[in-house]
Ligand binder design. Structure first.
Ligand SMILES: C[S@@+](CC[C@H](N)C(=O)[O-])C[C@H]1O[C@@H](n2cnc3c(N)ncnc32)[C@H](O)[C@@H]1O
Length: 301
């Protein structure tokens, strides 16, 4: 299925994790699968888009090293720091949650996240549920098959459109156990859903999993949509061109109350600068802030 009906932003973030793994001298994550899950047609689409943004001199230089063109374009994206640090932050929190006995992991809008492939020992302790649009899951399953890999039976694909169905209703069609402590990740997704769909998702998480279940998610500080900093305007234009426009954000000042009204307690809310500092990368051009992207740890109460 190379018609790329799958999420293009998810293909891009997969390539970002792979480029980080290959090129960062001290990578925060290890994702060799990020390249293998993405078809050549998608890589070529990102290459053509990068070339189209260049002047003639840069383009003729770039044509000499086509793979490097894609890597460089993706690592220069303002989304890149958040894509890398959110994976690390989430899996650090997941590790702690597993230590406390959590055995279910739900990836909401999983895209091409290769957790079960790249961390098989860690994944072996968990029942894993990947929620996403059918087209994205179909391509991912095809790519895994084409790589000659069979995922364990503990990985479950749950296809849905979160603007039409709640997380709880989607999970109810799977082997998910609502009486088991669960860790949810929801990375790089809230900005593509409406505010109502995001609040429905939060409420749904809080009602379909027991108290003390956990959630890590990312959001864009909605005040920045009004302030329109150049980096965010550029990112908005790029994702809209991929057919996945930003629809909403959250206000960090009211987030704790909003989460509370949905049945979740805010534990941590870090902006891009704070999360880069957490991993000692704040002074780097590649993994330093943009601060408009936040990552949150919350708990069902
Ligand atoms: C930017 S990608 C992030 C993918 C992955 N979480 C990551 O960090 O690489 C956004 C993902 O959300 C999914 N998504 C967006 N809107 C959705 C919806 N309404 N229902 C289900 N999935 C959705 C897309 O298909 C895509 O896989």
């Amino acid at each position: 299925m190379d018609n790329l009906a799958a999420s293009r932003t998810a293909l891009a973030t997969s390539l970002m994790r792979a480029a980080h793994t290959r090129l960062d001298p001290n990578p925060l994550i290890d994702d060799p699968w990020g390249d293998r899950l993405v078809p050549d047609a998608a890589r070529d689409m990102f290459r053509q888009a990068a070339l189209a943004r260049m002047d003639a001199a840069a383009r003729s230089k770039a044509l000499a090293s086509p793979d490097a063109t894609v890597d460089e374009a993706l690592m220069r994206s303002v989304a890149y720091p958040s894509v890398i640090t959110r994976t690390r932050f989430t899996e650090d929190a997941l590790q702690l949650a597993v230590g406390r006995g959590i055995r279910q992991y739900v990836l909401i809008g999983a895209g091409f996240d290769s957790f079960a492939l790249r961390r098989p020992d860690f994944a072996a302790d968990l029942e894993i549920f990947e929620i996403d649009f059918p087209a994205t899951q179909t391509l991912k399953i095809e790519r895994i098959g084409a790589c000659g890999i069979a995922l364990p039976d503990s990985v479950h694909f749950v296809a849905t459109d979160l603007s039409r169905e709640t997380v709880a209703a989607a999970l109810a069609r799977s082997a998910f156990r609502a009486d088991e402590l669960t860790f949810f990740s929801w990375l790089g997704v809230t900005m593509y859903l409406t505010r109502d769909a995001n609040l429905d998702t939060l409420r749904s998480i809080a009602t379909c999993a027991p108290v003390a279940s956990e959630l890590v998610f990312t959001y864009i500080d909605e005040r920045r949509f009004d302030a329109r900093p150049a980096a965010l305007v550029e990112l908005e234009a790029r994702v809209a061109a991929l057919g996945e426009p930003f629809l909403s954000g959250f206000d960090p000042g009211t987030l704790a109350l909003e989460l509370k009204s949905c049945g979740l307690q805010l534990r941590e809310d870090l902006d891009g600068g704070e999360v880069a500092a957490k991993y000692g990368r704040v002074h780097e051009t590649s993994l330093g802030p943009p601060s408009f992207s936040h990552i949150v740890l919350a708990q069902v109460f």
